[in-house]
Design a protein around this ligand. Structure first.
Ligand SMILES: [Zn+2]
Length: 471
């Protein structure tokens, strides 16, 4: 099945002209791009490369599907999304996109089934909205109204749903538009004109919860993560099988493990023990005031050949701080780290992964590398090691930066399997500093500052994706 997946994909991607697709995709109005990272849409060939490298790269498969759908190639898009769904049935965007495409083909029953399945995984207001549009188009007014109401229960100021309800004869209080483009009513349009882009940014900044918008609105899960129904815990052999499908270049046969928020009195030594036993290097992004409390652990991490990164002094969001506060928080932590280890620290991971242009520039001026991640283990959320392993293995690719936490005890239980499986396939586990060196040597022949490589807007280099971190 897995080899078939790779084969289907390669044939599929080879037989469709890149240029034709791109031209058509961009000449059409977008119907599917409302929740995908917009940067992914910018570079079709980068996506194809990603899929070639890892046929299980679900975000890339999803975005490719969007491009095909926008180019009017709905059948191809549907096939891609179905393939992606077979890899990760919990990736909620797929349900929105696949359901919308089926609806467009007037395959209402199938579309309905897809939306309803998506709702099992997440109370996404977008899915309710799409379901409402489907029911309305299919003539089920009462069901449509119910779906729009459920949509609004998730996101009370979601204007398209309010408008739909108003059109169905319900009495609703429409909030005033804040200027700008008029709404497009009755079709499934990207919400760029209704401020949803703002929601997206807020989510990236980790402020969603404090604004009262449930995290589920963009497919995140409100409930503690557990293995989805029907999905088995992965065995070591299955992990090896997944890794076998990757097609990395020689320079990319590595993984960078990162542990945030420590040091921790018992978890950190336990992780160090495992790393030593398995012959793996990793990077610990320490919080300054914790490093101050456990200097002997900071020293041990460094002595055992791992990297120490800076995760701010007190884990306060740097984008919500003034420049002065942000610089002080990072500098104070850097001074402490270099005081203990005798080495300069040049790598910074902003708390929550919250960053913006301004902060990036600030880091650049100080010659600090901003390091995010592309694989989120969600170890803070998962109740079982099986769920963490599943999540990591379903999202990892050659060259990935994996986010874990040493203030939680879960990472230690999955680490040996992950390391053993990758090592059995010839991969190394390297530090971020090593990764930067390799990238400088192999990839960055252009005269770009190294931090550009970790810029989430730089699609040609999908090393790090900006993702919300909870801890
Ligand atoms: Zn953190």
């Amino acid at each position: 099945m897995k080899k078939t997946l790779a084969l289907i994909l390669s044939l599929f991607l080879a037989c469709i002209s890149c240029e034709t697709i791109m031209k058509r995709a961009y000449s059409q109005s977008g119907s599917y791009d409302q929740i995908s990272p917009p940067d992914l849409l910018k570079d079709f060939s980068a996506l194809r490369k990603r899929v070639k490298k890892n046929p299980r790269d679900v975000p890339a498969l999803n975005s490719l599907g969007i491009i095909y759908a926008r180019a009017g190639k709905l059948d191809e898009a549907i096939n891609l999304w179905k393939l992606a769904m077979s890899v990760d049935p919990t990736y909620v965007h797929l349900y929105n996109n696949l359901g919308s495409a089926l609806k467009q083909q007037k395959r209402y029953d199938q579309a309905r089934l897809i939306f309803r399945t998506g709702l099992v995984y997440s109370n996404s207001y977008w899915i309710y909205y799409n379901l409402g549009l489907l029911e309305r188009e299919d003539g089920n007014t009462a069901k449509a109204a119910e779906a729009f109401q459920l949509c609004l229960a998730q996101s009370p100021d979601f204007q398209p749903a309010l408008k739909q309800l108003a059109e169905l004869g319900y009495h609703v209080q429409l909030p005033k538009r804040q200027g700008g483009e008029p709404l497009s009513i009755g079709s499934y349009k990207p919400p760029t004109d209704i401020g949803a882009q703002k929601h997206y940014d807020e989510r990236l900044l980790g402020t969603v919860a404090s604004k009262g918008i449930p995290p589920s609105t963009y497919g995140g899960k409100t409930k503690p993560y557990s293995l989805p129904d029907g999905i088995k815990a992965l065995s070591f052999e299955e992990c090896v099988e997944i890794i076998r499908e990757f097609n990395p270049s020689k320079e990319e046969k590595f993984i960078a493990l990162t542990f945030d928020d420590g040091p921790h009195r018992t978890n950190t030594p336990e992780l160090l023990e495992i790393l030593k036993k398995e012959g793996a290097k990793a990077t610990f992004f320490v919080v300054g005031n914790r490093a101050e409390a456990f200097p002997e652990l900071v020293s041990k991490i460094s002595e055992e050949g791992h990297d120490i990164g800076n995760h701010s002094w007190d884990h306060r969001s740097l984008v919500k701080s003034t420049d002065k506060e942000a610089l002080e928080s990072v500098r104070k932590t850097n001074d402490l780290i270099s005081g203990i280890t005798g080495k300069q620290c040049e790598i910074v991971r902003p708390p929550y992964g919250a960053t913006n242009r301004h902060l990036k520039n600030l880091f650049r001026q100080e010659e600090w590398h901003e390091i995010l991640w592309d694989v989120d283990s969600r170890d803070w959320e998962s109740k079982t090691p099986e769920a963490i392993l599943w999540r990591v293995m379903k999202t990892i690719s050659p060259g990935s930066i994996v986010l874990m936490h040493d203030i939680h005890s879960h990472a230690a239980s999955v680490l040996p399997v992950i390391i053993k499986a990758f090592k059995a396939s010839g991969y190394e586990f390297i530090t971020i500093t090593d990764m930067i060196k390799r990238k400088r040597a192999h990839i960055m022949k252009r005269a770009l500052p190294i931090s550009e490589q970790f810029d989430d807007n730089n699609v040609s280099n999908p090393v790090a994706t900006n993702t919300t971190e909870v801890n």
